[in-house]
Design a protein around this ligand. Structure first.
Ligand SMILES: *Cc1c(COP(=O)(O)O)cnc(C)c1O
Length: 368
């Protein structure tokens, strides 16, 4: 963290003085493939429908705290009842609420790094002891046996599927084993599930595993990252606790209205999701080819992003930005991800630009 001023140093809660300020290193660029957003906007027909409801939505009244209409819509889509759903201001808020409700100094959280950084951040905010079960150094897959062992002692396990940034999916068998073993709760973060080829909805596991929590977001496949809307599915008694700790009005009226329209029109998003999946395969093949001529690696991914390891990754990321106005995420400072970059799948044109630029840069940097 940037040095606190002496004045606040003595005022701020001691466990919060060491936290880093999140810096997504955002700079305006021609092509932004750094944050795993949907590179396509909401499809035009649905965007028009959203615009119309936004115009018709008054803002002088407080929002419905529970987003009832949206909750009903999500429940019928996911084949669960509405008391099994809580909506939040992005999936991030719900993750925080889970730690707020079920974490704390007497609790424990198991995660599988390298993974989404927010889990450790919210654990730190809520003073929740963290157990990291490291992934395999080469395949970057979770160590199932070690994970099940750790889960047997944990109050809370978070598994990300597909995982950000490694791209792999957890098998339903592993999720079931974790639920069976863990005396507490197992949260599967399914932020990217819409991009999984032949995705089997995890919601079917809820009938037999009442300690399973499934997190979704409208930030990725639904192209609503800016609107901030996520939802979590779990047994009604778990939802009740999450409802009791949440900020009453965290999901504003405009977001609720827009999200309702988007979820109703979910089929309208299928062509772009299919396009992103097809481009992911194309980009994976092309990058694998590039890497074959150097010492790089590309990992297979079920998300809307790819993880690539190349010599001089940080320099390549800076040169991509400065010389090509392309922004990708440098994750090379993360333990286990030395020389790794995470690249969000863009439009075919954007992907062509990245590929051309990387072909040049990987070649040049390999001679450094
Ligand atoms: C993007 C993301 C989320 C949720 O993002 P929100 O924009 O807050 O909904 C959750 N988990 C993972 C792993 C993500 O990558």
């Amino acid at each position: 963290m940037t040095q606190l001023s002496p004045r606040v140093q003595h005022l701020v809660q001691p466990h919060l003085t060491q936290l880093d300020v999140y810096d997504p290193s955002f700079t305006p660029t021609r092509i932004n493939l750094s944050a795993n957003e949907n590179t396509y906007d909401v499809p035009p027909r649905t965007r028009t429908a959203i615009n119309e409801v936004l115009i018709a939505t008054p803002t002088n009244r407080y929002p419905d705290p529970l987003s009832t209409k949206l909750r009903d819509e999500l429940a019928s889509w996911r084949h669960v009842s509405c008391d099994e759903i809580v909506v939040g201001n992005g999936g991030d808020e719900l993750l925080y609420n889970v730690l707020l409700a079920f974490g704390g100094p007497q609790s424990s959280l198991v995660i599988c790094p390298p993974t989404f950084a927010e889990y450790a951040f919210f654990a730190a905010l809520t003073k929740t002891p963290l157990t990291a079960v490291a992934r395999d150094k080469t395949t970057l897959l979770p160590d199932s046996e070690a994970l099940v062992r750790a889960a047997s002692q944990a109050r809370l396990v978070v598994l990300t599927s597909p995982n950000n940034p490694t791209g792999d999916c957890a098998s339903p068998e592993l999720i079931e084993r974790l639920c069976d073993t863990c005396p507490g709760l197992v949260l599967v973060d399914a932020a990217y599930s819409e991009f999984v080829q032949n995705d089997e909805p995890l919601e079917t596991l809820l009938a037999t595993h009442d300690n399973l929590l499934i997190l979704h977001t409208l930030s990725k496949a639904f192209a609503l990252a800016g609107a901030r809307c996520g939802y979590l599915i779990a047994a009604p008694d778990i939802i009740e606790v999450l409802v009791s700790v949440r900020q009453l009005y965290s999901v504003n009226v405009l977001t609720q209205a827009a999200a309702c329209v988007a979820v109703q029109a979910r089929q309208d998003f299928e062509p772009t999701v299919a396009q992103i999946i097809a481009e992911r395969t194309r980009l994976y093949d092309a990058l694998t080819n590039l890497c074959a001529h150097s010492t790089g690696t590309v990992w297979p991914s079920e998300g809307n992003f790819l993880l690539i390891c190349v010599a001089g990754a940080s320099r390549i990321r800076t040169r991509l930005r400065n010389e090509y106005s392309i922004l990708v995420r440098d994750v090379s400072a993360t333990p286990g991800l030395a020389d790794c970059l995470r690249i969000t799948i863009g439009t075919p044109e954007e992907n062509d630009c990245v590929l051309r630029a990387l072909a040049t840069l990987i070649e040049e940097e390999s001679h450094e």
